[in-house]
Design a protein around this ligand. Structure first.
Ligand code: NCD
Length: 307
């Protein structure tokens, strides 16, 4: 059974195939509108979400399928102490595929070991978020026409931002990507990502706290929110939350064809004045998220022999 727990579960060829399928879906949505007829997606969200859950559900509806949802941990048996393993076995009796978000790192992996249907990690704690990465890769590919020869700046909470960890993992497998890591000292990229992904692949990267100094070099600027829910104390969050606020003034030094991405939700790290700038891609990114999730559901259900 194929699952998607970590972005490296997919080879680069498989990633490229998925992105091509997502582009075809974006261009020819009618062709796919009955592809998952009578199939069910269970979306199990034990942590808040707007885009990820709704895009999974919209994806399944646009494929002609149906959706079963747990959108609040307190309304499920998890609140009675049921294990992730038992939940996965149970949901396998009702649905054809699971998308799971969980505050505990590794929970979707445990689910995948116990489910008899494909499991997709929709975000596990501060660890990984592979379907956001598919979204980000599709956006970069559609904006830039390529996934190689790019200077990519990651800005904000690189410590707790799971979307950052997964995207760095994915981009490390493409050619000639330069990584620029922009964060305050306390929110630097975890050393395990630096060691296992960047250093292990001999990849070039720079670390800085100064966005304005590096902005002129960037082809992609990936902004992130400071992840309040993963802080141990509110004081630290309050001190760090406004570390970076992207304004039209700061963008003056950036390339004309910079693409600004953000997984959203935005708090205040991108001024709304930038939304009308042609370089702002974060709402296009939202739409791309539905197309890649359609491609992923189709691919995993085909591999499982369900379609
Ligand atoms: C991200 C997440 O949940 O990690 N959101 C999303 O899925 N688009 C980013 C965030 O919450 O900051």
């Amino acid at each position: 059974m194929r699952h998607l727990i970590d972005i490296t579960d997919l080879s680069v060829e498989e990633l490229d195939e998925l992105l091509d399928l997502a582009s075809d879906i974006a261009e020819n949505p009618k062709k796919y509108q009955e592809s998952c007829k009578h199939k069910k997606l269970a979306s199990l969200f034990f942590e808040p979400s707007t885009r990820t859950r709704l895009s999974f559900e919209a994806a399944m509806f646009d494929l002609g399928g149906n959706v079963l949802t747990v959108s609040d941990a307190n309304s499920s048996s998890a609140s009675k102490g049921e294990s992730v393993a038992d939940t996965a076995k149970t949901v396998s009796c009702y649905a054809d595929i699971i998308a799971m978000r969980h505050p505990k790192e590794g929970a979707p992996f445990v689910a995948s070991k116990n489910a008899s249907i494909p499991v997709i990690n929709a975000g596990d704690g501060g660890h990984n978020h592979p379907t956001q990465t598919l979204t980000d890769l599709l956006t970069i590919k559609r904006e830039k026409g390529r996934l190689d020869n790019l200077t990519v700046g990651f800005c904000g909470d690189l410590k707790f931002g799971r979307t950052v960890h997964s995207l760095i993992d994915a981009l490390s497998r493409y050619t000639n990507i330069k990584f620029v890591l922009i964060s305050p000292e306390e929110l630097k990229l975890p050393s395990y990502v630096k060691k296992d992904v960047l250093a292990a692949n001999n990849l070039e990267y720079v670390q800085t706290a100064d966005l304005e100094e590096v902005i002129p070099q960037l082809d992609i600027l990936y902004m992130t929110r400071v992840q309040r829910e993963r802080f141990f104390n509110e004081e630290d969050y309050l001190r760090l939350k406004d570390s970076y606020i992207l304004t039209p003034e700061k963008l003056k030094k950036a390339k004309e064809d910079l693409a600004i991405l953000h997984p959203l939700p935005r708090v205040n790290e991108i001024s709304v004045a930038i939304d009308e700038d042609p370089r702002a891609c974060y709402f296009k990114q939202v739409l791309n998220g539905k197309f890649v999730r359609m491609a992923l559901i189709l691919t995993l259900l085909k591999e499982a022999g369900t379609l």
